[in-house]
Design a binder for this molecule. Structure first.
Ligand SMILES: [Zn+2]
Length: 216
């Protein structure tokens, strides 16, 4: 099994899923199953989810957030994705590390989507330690009470990036926005970062296909 990855400075990504939606009259509900996230506070998780929701708000996709292992067997989702977390998903002990390679250090894997036979699978992963490290300088410059929101927003952007890979099956990246290959500290911590217009339209088309509507 190969891995696709979003990196801080360079991103090697694998590819293409055929997340073929279910055709029918169902409301486009996307099941998002979260694995254990060590140390992630409710505030960080809330900020992460809010960022993902905001980024996909105009697409018409309904996100149904669940914790892995709590499913009852009665859930109905048209598409289902699993995201796992590695490392420490909290803001304690943040430290700024400097590198001879430059202010951002070595290329760092922030998230990845699993692939098999060049198909992107509905299983993603976020590396909390690397996200923490990449935003540490920005987070430490904020009031302590704001740091969790900063981390949550950054995690949400990495989450949305990987989710886009999994939902569309696309391995190639954009030149700017949430779906570009390399996400710098400024990208993860800025007040706003968006998908590009074409990407949002792609997700709207996905929502329409899931809902069983014909595209114009
Ligand atoms: Zn990517």
């Amino acid at each position: 099994m190969a891995l696709s990855r979003i990196a801080l400075l360079s991103l090697a990504l694998a590819s293409v899923a055929s997340a073929e939606p279910v055709i029918g009259s169902l409301r486009p509900s996307i099941g998002l199953y979260l694995g254990p996230a060590p140390g992630m506070s409710p505030l960080v998780q809330s900020a992460m989810r809010a960022e993902v929701e905001a980024l996909l708000d105009s697409t018409g996709l309904l996100l149904d957030w669940r914790l892995l292992g709590t499913q009852t067997g009665t859930e109905v989702h048209t598409n289902l994705y699993v995201i796992r977390f590695r490392g420490h998903c909290h803001t304690r002990d943040l430290r700024v590390l400097y590198s001879e390679l430059g202010p951002y250090g070595d290329p760092t894997i922030l998230g990845l989507s699993h692939t098999s036979d060049n198909n992107i699978l509905p299983f993603g992963q976020i590396d909390c330690d690397n996200v923490r490290r990449s935003i540490a300088a920005a987070a430490l410059s904020r009031e302590e009470s704001q740091r969790e929101a900063v981390l949550g927003r950054a995690l949400g952007r990495v989450f949305a990036h990987e989710l886009f890979h999994m939902m569309t099956g696309r391995s190639g990246h954009s030149r700017k926005g949430v779906f570009k290959a390399s996400q710098r500290r400024e990208d993860l911590t800025s007040a706003r970062l968006e998908f590009e217009t074409g990407e949002l339209e792609e997700l709207r088309q996905l929502a329409r296909r899931i809902a069983g509507h014909k595209q114009n």
